[in-house]
Ligand binder design. Structure first.
Ligand code: MSP
Length: 527
């Protein structure tokens, strides 16, 4: 979609439950979206990037009760903790939604109404009143079938995630999900990029093929939720409420709102694999029933584990993102999280892994490249961008490699393949280091000063282009290097890959300071 002449890009994180402190798993999803948002902005898109908090439901009501405060006071407090995390991680979201906000309540009620007014393909309304009798896991806020349960450690039954379930029997509105089965399967079939990675698409497809049961979408035994329009004895099931946040933030139900027109349907919902059923089955079914456009893509990433167990509050193996960033640095943590594993797969979190990536790649290969080149320029070229002489084929080769780095990075990020994007960049980082070693400008200083100047000039331009494309991944270090190259603010987006944006010979450069320092071996332990 376009606004004015600009293409738009709308990316969302899940909205976080307000029942504990943020951990690296939460930071991971948010950072991944932040990289995409920054990349698309630099690439000329008009970007909307949404995150926020999921505040209704039985789990939150219980947590507030245990603390002896009202749910509103409780959610005000904990929502702020997540907002602080986004600030601390320097996330570039342009909205932070809370599901307790008036705009969201209005939007949920409008969506409900719209679904209730429409009929499924069998000619019967999508929503009907009935009685729910079945299992419910409060900590997952999910309904489970008998065949999904196993015996838990305390004698009771637990759901697939290990969450305890309880028997619920109450009047409830149902969304006739069973009537959406074939429409969903046809949709998945016609839109191969809708669910990613492929393994998740297969998982969702076989789940739907296995048969869908109607979904209870309202509760009557507590009141911490959004009232069902026309029957305020019922509050909405927290997932119909939560999922709607993505469209609320565009101004829905006002379909004339500028953001709705520009940004809905979303380009990407980024989620963890544990919430795939809600996003890939329920959410599209609600939107199809409401006759609203579906998001273009849903990507489910894997879990960070610690010694092969999921990082979670209940297991007590949570890594605190604050301590991690304070110890290792924000760029280093961002880089590690997206570089270490194939996005989509699970990954085991280890401090050694982080140190290896930060020291081996960011410090030794990237930071050191700019440091040694800029120091040589400072000492040997009067701290000015040198004036090059005739270029050799080897100079052209490395310059072309750097100038071509954007395409594979862009292509990889459109697949959310963060590590492929970084690898494409790193091929050129390594080639640039090999070029430095081979040209050995420190030897040329005496043997052929004219050639030394050319080599250093070529390198300033190569470093400039590599740094431009690294900005979304390591924004602070990249900014520092671009400052050291005296690149003006208006030449830092990806238009600067076009010819005519190379550093200008004679331009003064500030004294270089090392960026991406080598880290010692501090250890941050799980909470
Ligand atoms: N509130 C729901 C989302 C509603 S979206 C309409 C929720 N919240 S959550 O706070 O529990 O989780 C938010 C995200 O963090 C999920 O995508 C989840 O997969 C992710 N992570 C939680 N623990 C994680 C790891 N250990 N590793 C990676 N991501 C994990 O679910």
């Amino acid at each position: 979609m376009t606004t004015g002449s600009k293409q738009t890009y709308y990316v969302t994180t899940p909205i976080y439950y307000v029942n504990g402190n943020p951990h690296v798993g939460h930071a991971y999803t948010t950072i991944a979206c932040d990289v995409l948002a920054r990349f698309k902005t630099l690439d000329g898109f008009n970007v909307k990037f949404l995150t926020g908090t999921d505040e209704h439901g039985q789990k939150v009501a219980k947590a507030a009760e245990e603390k002896g405060i009202t749910p509103q006071a409780f959610t005000d407090e904990v929502s702020q903790v997540f907002r602080d995390m986004t600030d601390f991680l320097e996330i570039t979201n342009d909205d932070f939604i809370r599901t307790t906000e008036e705009r969201h309540i209005k939007s949920c009620q409008a969506l409900w109404q719209r679904i209730a007014e429409r009929n499924a393909p069998d000619g019967k309304p999508w929503i009907e009143l009935g009685t729910y009798a079945g299992w419910y896991a409060v900590s997952d806020e999910a309904y489970y079938n008998e065949d999904e349960l196993r015996d838990g450690p305390d004698g009771g039954k637990v759901g697939p995630s290990g969450a305890a379930v309880e028997w619920v029997e109450e009047e409830s509105y149902f969304f006739r999900l069973s009537a959406a089965e074939q429409i969903l399967l046809d949709y998945y079939d016609a839109h191969k990029d809708f669910i990613a990675p492929n393994s998740r698409r297969n998982e969702v497809t076989s789940f739907v093929k296995g048969g869908l049961r109607d979904l209870s979408i309202s509760r009557t035994t507590f009141d911490w939720g959004i009232p069902v329009p026309g029957n305020d004895k019922h509050v909405m099931y927290v997932w119909i409420d939560a999922l709607t946040n993505y469209i609320t933030a565009t101004g829905f139900p006002n379909e004339e709102a500028a953001d709705y027109k520009a940004f809905w349907p979303a380009d990407l919902h980024m989620i963890g694999k544990d919430i795939i059923r809600f996003h890939c089955v329920y959410w599209p079914a609600f939107l199809l029933a409401a006759e609203l456009p579906l998001p273009k893509r849903i990507f489910a990433h894997g879990w960070w584990t610690v010694k092969d167990e999921k990082m979670s509050k209940s297991l007590g193996n949570v890594i605190d993102p604050y301590k991690l960033v304070e110890t290792y640095g924000l760029d280093q943590v961002r880089y590690f999280l997206l570089r270490e594993i194939t996005f989509g797969a699970d990954g085991d979190f280890s401090m050694d892994g982080l140190l290896n990536r930060a020291n081996g790649e960011l410090a030794n290969e990237f930071g050191n490249l700019s440091q040694r080149v800029l120091s040589m320029i400072h000492k040997n070229c009067d701290a000015c961008v040198p004036e090059p002489n005739a270029l050799t084929p080897e100079d052209d080769e490395i310059l072309n490699a750097a100038a071509s780095v954007l395409d594979p990075a862009r292509e990889a990020l459109d697949r959310q393949a963060f590590n492929d994007a970084i690898e494409a960049i790193w091929i050129v980082v390594r080639a640039a280091n090999a070029y430095v070693d081979k040209q050995a400008p420190w030897k040329l200083r005496k043997e052929d000063p004219e050639r030394m100047v050319t080599v250093l000039y070529v390198l300033t331009d190569v470093i400039r282009m590599l740094t431009l494309v690294m900005q979304p991944f390591t924004p602070n270090g990249a900014e520092a290097i671009l400052d050291q190259l005296s690149i003006p603010e208006d030449r830092r987006d990806f238009r600067a890959f076009a010819p005519g944006n190379a550093p200008i010979p004679g331009e003064t450069l500030p004294k270089p300071e090392p960026v991406f320092l080598r880290l010692e071996e501090p250890q941050v332990t799980a909470e």
